[in-house]
Design a protein around this ligand. Structure first.
Ligand code: NCD
Ligand code: ZN
Length: 383
């Protein structure tokens, strides 16, 4: 396959270069100005991507794809298709599934069920009491451990882990006070000093915790909803951590530079559960467009966005995701100028509720390549 006439993000900057992909291995063969005839002779597909921007495949470092006993909310297939529709080529899937991903049996069940549409990496939980026999065994099969500070209280196990540990930093999952998050981060500064590790903080929602975490060099993640939405009386907007008021939210936006990763916290629920105030909502299909819209508004540069959704999430969790020769082709192609309206009914996710319903955004994903395979072409899924 040959991707022609696009502007690609290569070696840290934009360049007008073509990309040739080996259809058999899915690897990038050539990055250059490539003659159509010579590549065409090999019989591969040729895409004209003029006026499009090609970035390293976007990563969503925080998704709940549920499945198993909660397949009515989402399953790996619907979640993976939703990811592609959102321009995402790699996801990190959370362990608070039912059953919980805290032992080898469950992790291998997840690996087996992966439909392999996007690159899917699984988080492991440290909740199990029989820690040595369970949580420790999964270490080499998971991307990282996840610790929910409102329910996982055995901090001593953290010393024994040899893998990145991500934290849901709230001491209670019903307290909407800012202290609930700030105090969790403060506790974490002591624990990380004691056990000498660098935590990754999921979905930060307050500027004070951001400052404390930054001073300790923790890596920090934020969601689009904490950047874009104020707290609301609509219980369908319930989410953990809660949405804050406009002043607090704008402090996060102003300090976006200090944040390493933007991830969606895609947390699907049934329509009925949402109406009853379940925490969380779909996000994997809206994250990238909402952030491209912010690029168009001048809130951040495209380079900064690429750092936060393509480069840093890979780096923090020990991978490389840059466009390069001999690397698997994971690419997201965007049309920065396209204007459109977000509609939950068009989601591939089973969960159609979005707090961004009806939002007009500028910037859309047009093509997605996962491991050399064209899974979206001209905004249409090829699956
Ligand atoms: C998450 C979910 O639904 O799994 N919900 C949320 O509001 N973020 C759980 C969680 O992260 O606590
Ligand atoms: Zn989550």
């Amino acid at each position: 396959m040959l991707l022609k006439n696009g502007k690609i993000f290569y070696n840290g900057k934009f360049a007008n270069l073509d990309i040739e992909i080996d259809d058999e291995t899915g690897k990038i063969l050539k990055i250059d100005r490539i003659d159509e005839i010579s590549a065409g002779n090999k019989g591969g597909k040729i895409l004209n991507l003029s006026k499009k921007v090609i970035i390293p495949g976007a990563i969503d470092a925080h998704v709940h794809f549920r499945d198993f006993e909660q397949a009515y909310k989402e399953d790996f297939l619907s979640g993976s298709r939703a990811a592609v529709n959102g321009g995402i080529t790699r996801v990190f899937e959370m362990p608070n599934s039912k059953p919980r991903a805290d032992c080898l049996h469950i992790i291998s069940g997840k690996i087996k069920k992966n439909p392999d549409i996007v690159n899917m990496h699984f988080y492991g939980s440290v909740s199990d009491e029989d820690f040595e026999n369970n949580a420790k065994q999964i270490e080499k099969f998971i991307i990282a451990y996840k610790f929910y500070m409102y329910e996982d209280k055995n901090f001593d196990v953290l010393e024994k882990l040899n893998k990145k540990i991500s934290f849901h930093a709230e001491l209670s999952n019903s307290d909407n006070c800012i202290r609930n998050e700030v105090n969790a981060i403060k506790n974490l500064t002591k624990i990380s000093d004691k056990f000498k590790f660098t935590p990754h903080i999921c979905h930060i929602s307050t500027n004070e915790s951001l400052k404390i975490a930054k001073e300790k060099n923790f890596t920090i993640e934020v969601t689009p909803h904490h950047l874009l939405l104020d707290k609301s009386n609509d219980i369908r907007f319930n989410v953990r951590p809660p949405l804050r008021d406009e002043r607090e939210r704008m402090k996060l936006v102003r300090n976006l530079n200090a944040i390493d990763v933007i991830a969606s916290d895609h947390a699907p629920h049934s329509e009925k559960e949402k109406e009853n105030g379940a925490n969380g909502f779909s996000g994997v299909e809206t994250m990238l467009p909402l952030m491209l819209n912010l690029v168009n508004k001048g809130v951040l540069t495209l380079e900064q966005l690429i750092e936060k959704i393509c480069i840093n999430p890979a780096k923090i969790f020990g991978m490389n995701n840059e466009i390069g020769l001999n690397e698997k082709a994971n690419l997201t192609v965007i049309d920065l100028k396209k204007e459109w309206k977000i509609k939950g009914d068009n989601f591939y996710s089973k969960s159609k509720f979005t707090p961004f319903e009806g939002w007009n955004v500028k910037g859309k994903v047009s093509h997605v390549v996962v491991n050399g395979k064209l899974v979206m072409e001209d905004e249409v899924l090829n699956l």
